[in-house]
Design a protein around this ligand. Structure first.
Ligand SMILES: Cc1ncc(COP(=O)(O)O)c(C=O)c1O
Length: 390
């Protein structure tokens, strides 16, 4: 394809690392995972990293950890403020733990939660916020964290789309009590499938470690804040303290992740150069609404919303893109309120509607960005769009 939505980012280093793991025959969670967790957490200045098999699983154990905290755990019926535009597995763990979602519309220019609605979203039952930075662009995480602190709320930062983005000199994925990342194929770095939770909180980290692996104690030190070793007897290796999962990552994923992490800063620099070209071509053209950067985007991809005021024909645009061999897709998961799964949710919508998410859903799409030069692709995209959108 001339301009792909997703592209491989591995070189010989990743292939060699994978081969080494296979040849070692030690393939399930072990030394590579531990090393990757340490290196990834260090890159972000976090105290703990807990790797899992996907970003979705990272959201799952992050949510679960808050429900099993000793003090002030989340309980069924508690409310969580969430943006209305994100990926489905930002929300599903909240539903699975009996929490009520308070959906907040997005700001159309950034595609992130409209923080002007935070006060209206707050009720006496509010206990947490999940903040999401869409497609590389930092959400107003500084504002959201300050709001959470003011009101004693937990903050989960779902940073699965914005690895290496920055706000006020601080990396996204460091603003929450728990912060999640994805290493899926199309993301900033890829381990095939994979994810991680970062936290500075010892108790939450230990809860996540146990929840990741069956809810047992085996991966916890004897002085853990969530478990005290009772004896040295035969059963200790199979002691279960939490209703956990098996969402462990593989050694091969971590070994590849270690190689990818070394390249992350370079990848981000190239992605940002592509973004600068994209912005220079599209910014200020009233036919298109492109994402306004808040802080420094890590440029996962390029979003385009056809200006609804001009009554655009998105299908005609899609036909033209297909003919030009340019991949495109819906922005993240679109307006989550429009998905059938919502019938299983306990939720309400702040202000009763999400008109901006509807605009993104009905008039928006994104095209890929990759850690290599995309000048010909971006220029062709611009030619196609400016021809079809007269
Ligand atoms: C915001 C967000 N959260 C969570 C996920 C889930 O990550 P994964 O695909 O690794 O399960 C994604 C996936 O792209 C995402 O965009």
């Amino acid at each position: 394809m001339f301009y792909e939505l997703a592209a491989p980012t591995w070189g010989p280093e990743e292939i060699d690392a994978a081969k080494r793991v296979i040849e070692s025959t030690f393939t399930t969670m072990g030394a590579e995972v531990k090393a990757f967790e340490t290196e990834f957490a260090a890159y972000f200045g976090a105290k703990h990293g807990i790797m899992v098999n996907s970003g979705s699983s990272a959201n799952l154990i992050a949510t679960a950890a808050l429900c099993f905290k000793t003090e002030r755990p989340l309980a069924r019926g508690d409310e969580v403020i969430v943006p209305v535009l994100s990926w489905a597995t930002t929300y599903h763990p909240l539903q699975q733990y009996g929490l009520k979602l308070r959906f907040v519309d997005i700001a159309l220019e950034t595609l992130n939660m409209d923080v002007a609605q935070l006060e209206a979203a707050l009720t006496p039952a509010t206990r947490a916020i999940v903040a999401v930075s869409i497609l590389g662009n930092p959400a107003a995480l500084d504002v959201i964290r300050a709001f959470a602190d003011r009101h004693g709320l937990y903050l989960i930062e779902d940073n699965c789309e914005s690895m290496d983005a920055e706000l006020g000199g601080k990396k996204c994925g460091t603003f929450g009590h728990l912060n999640t990342f994805s290493f899926f194929f199309s993301h900033h770095i890829s381990t095939m499938e994979g994810g991680i939770v970062l936290t500075d909180d010892d108790e939450l980290a230990h809860l996540c470690r146990s929840l990741r692996a069956h809810g047992w104690t085996r991966d916890l030190p004897p002085d853990s804040p969530v478990y005290s070793r009772k004896s040295a007897d035969h059963y200790e290796a199979y002691r279960f303290i939490l209703p956990g999962y098996n969402v462990r990552p593989l050694e091969i994923e971590a070994a590849i992740g270690r190689q990818q992490l070394k390249k992350l800063a370079g990848f981000t620099a190239v992605r940002r150069r592509n973004l600068a070209l994209f912005q220079s071509l599209f910014q200020g053209d009233e036919r298109f609404i492109i994402q306004r950067e808040n802080g420094k985007s890590s440029a996962f991809s390029f979003t385009i919303i056809l200006n609804p005021a001009r009554n655009p024909d998105r299908n005609a645009v899609f036909v033209a893109l297909t003919e030009a061999d340019i991949g495109y897709r819906i922005i993240t998961g679109g307006n989550f309120l429009r998905h059938d799964v919502l019938k299983f949710y306990d939720y309400d919508v702040v202000g009763g509607a999400a008109p901006n998410a509807d605009i993104a859903h009905d008039y928006g799409f994104f095209v890929g960005n990759h850690p290599f030069d995309l000048e010909p692709q971006i220029r062709r995209l611009h030619d196609v769009l400016t021809t079809v959108c007269k």
